[in-house]
Design a protein around this ligand. Structure first.
Ligand code: GLU
Length: 467
């Protein structure tokens, strides 16, 4: 499937990929990918004072972690500045923009007078219709001519028609007196030049849309289909901020949330497909549509994120999950796995991924295969290794020698042993977990025995029995 749909993500490089930005990127990515369109990436790096290459790198890394691949090269907005200047001059030639020679003092006194008279202080320049022959040889800015009277209607695919009284629009500056283009112009020119057909972005840009429309109209360009989506709120209903917890996508990576779960959860933040909470990437691509975006703000809920992540871990491919776990360790600055630990983890994966909500939880469950003899029991599991339990393990060990190392056999041996001693299997499980893993929470003892193999299992039991 191939279509003419082009979406984009246009972050300002703030130093990290904001979780709201990640969702915006995801929505644009899903919309394009589900329709055989293109998803482009533009870094809005016009603010050179705040800009650093590391800030861009952080965004690229965040997108990479989330698997939101873009088409073509990353566009630097700053690099397009000459083209923004060119368009400002074209608007001038078309009469949609004008040179304004007003000084700062003049603009200030315009505002003061307007305030005193109770009029709008939005600047309308006396140079709007000045004859160029009257232009002084003095510094000027280029401004757009805001429409006289009437209304601007933004046809928003999420918000519906949003009507703005044109009296709320000023003769916005396009080029500053030093010849540099303003951000608002850059966005419009870049979206046009990149062939963007659909823009999904936060509704904090809705006001900008009316101003940007002046430029589209001035150039006679088609306005893309805009969808302004409600921002994400915290559980208290207030706009998501630092006090609600982690704000950067990379922080969630460092906490060990799997990318597939994060994608699923972010897609559900403000968009829905019936009652479906859990879905695969393929389903999200197939289902995602602007119609499903809600108009009310979504609330970030860590419990839901964990729940969804757990479900994604449970269905993940073993090798891919092992790789993601190793990537998590690197991202979190934790020691890497040895080759032996890595292959052990993958062998054990089938019994770890049920009921693990995060990758650290998965590693904790997999401790038995990552650790080596002598097993150091933690405080909780050490309680299961009292002299009686040790004695029991000592009796059990010879019975496991020479048996075929299969689940059924092991179950048979252990159940018969428990029965003969007239203890519940649970009484046996605690010491076995302590001996094999040194932990109280582990996969089933049979799974651990099968993953570890006969020799290693017997050696660990022997160690514990004689400990
Ligand atoms: N650079 C803007 C931001 O990071 C987005 C601009 C847009 O999407 O039009 O909020």
């Amino acid at each position: 499937m191939c279509s003419d749909i082009v979406t984009r993500f246009a972050p300002s490089p703030t130093g990290f990929l904001h979780i709201g930005g990640a969702r915006t990127a995801l929505f644009n990515w899903l919309y394009a990918r589900g329709r055989g369109g293109k998803f482009l990436l533009r870094i809005e790096d016009t603010d050179r004072v705040r800009y650093t290459p590391e800030a861009t790198e952080a965004i690229l890394q965040g997108l990479d972690w989330l698997g939101l691949d873009h088409d073509g090269d990353v566009v630097s907005q700053h690099d397009q500045a000459p083209r923004h200047v060119e368009v400002a001059h074209q608007l001038l030639e078309k009469g949609a923009a004008f040179k304004c020679f007003a000084t700062q003092e003049e603009i200030e006194s315009f505002r003061e007078e307007a305030r005193a008279a109770g009029r709008s202080t939005l600047y309308r320049s006396p140079w709007r219709d000045a004859d160029p022959s009257t232009h002084p040889d003095a510094p000027y800015v280029i401004r757009i001519k805001a429409p006289d009277g009437g209304e601007t209607v933004i046809r928003d695919a999420v918000q519906g028609d949003v009507t703005i009284d044109n009296a709320q629009l000023d003769d916005m500056i396009l080029l500053r007196s030093d010849g540099s283009p303003v951000y608002m112009l850059a966005v419009v020119v870049d979206d046009h030049d990149m062939g963007v057909t659909h823009v999904i972005r936060g509704d904090d840009h809705l006001n900008n849309a009316a101003r940007q429309m002046m430029i589209y109209h001035g150039m006679g360009w088609d306005v893309p289909v805009w969808s302004h989506i409600p921002l994400i709120h915290g559980p208290d209903g207030k706009k998501l901020s630092k006090r609600h917890g982690a704000l950067g996508a990379e922080e969630y990576q460092k906490m060990g949330y799997p990318a597939a779960g994060m994608r699923n959860y972010l897609a559900r933040l403000g968009w829905s497909h019936g009652d479906d909470e859990f879905f695969t990437d393929a389903q999200a691509r197939e289902w995602f549509d602007i119609d499903g975006i809600r108009r009310s703000p979504a609330q970030f809920d860590l419990k839901k994120l964990e729940n969804i992540c757990g479900q994604h871990i449970a269905i993940a491919d073993d090798a891919a999950l092992r790789q993601e776990t190793e990537d998590y360790l690197a991202a979190a600055g934790l020691p890497p796995l040895s080759a032996e630990q890595s292959s052990g983890l993958e062998r054990a994966m089938y019994c770890l991924k049920e009921r693990a909500k995060t990758l650290p939880e998965l590693l904790e469950k997999g401790h038995f295969v990552l650790t080596s003899r002598p097993i150091e029991p933690d405080e909780k599991s050490a309680k299961h290794l009292d002299p009686v339990s040790r004695g029991m393990l000592g009796e059990l060990t010879p019975q496991l020698q020479g048996v075929s190392w299969e689940r059924e056999t092991l179950e048979g041996v252990l159940n018969a042993f428990a029965e003969a001693r007239d203890v519940k299997f649970g009484k046996l499980a605690g010491p076995l977990r302590a001996a094999l893993a040194g932990r109280a929470v582990t996969p089933s003892v049979f799974d651990m025995m099968l993953v570890l193999g006969q020799d290693e299992t017997l050696a660990r039991l022997q160690d514990a029995a004689s400990g």
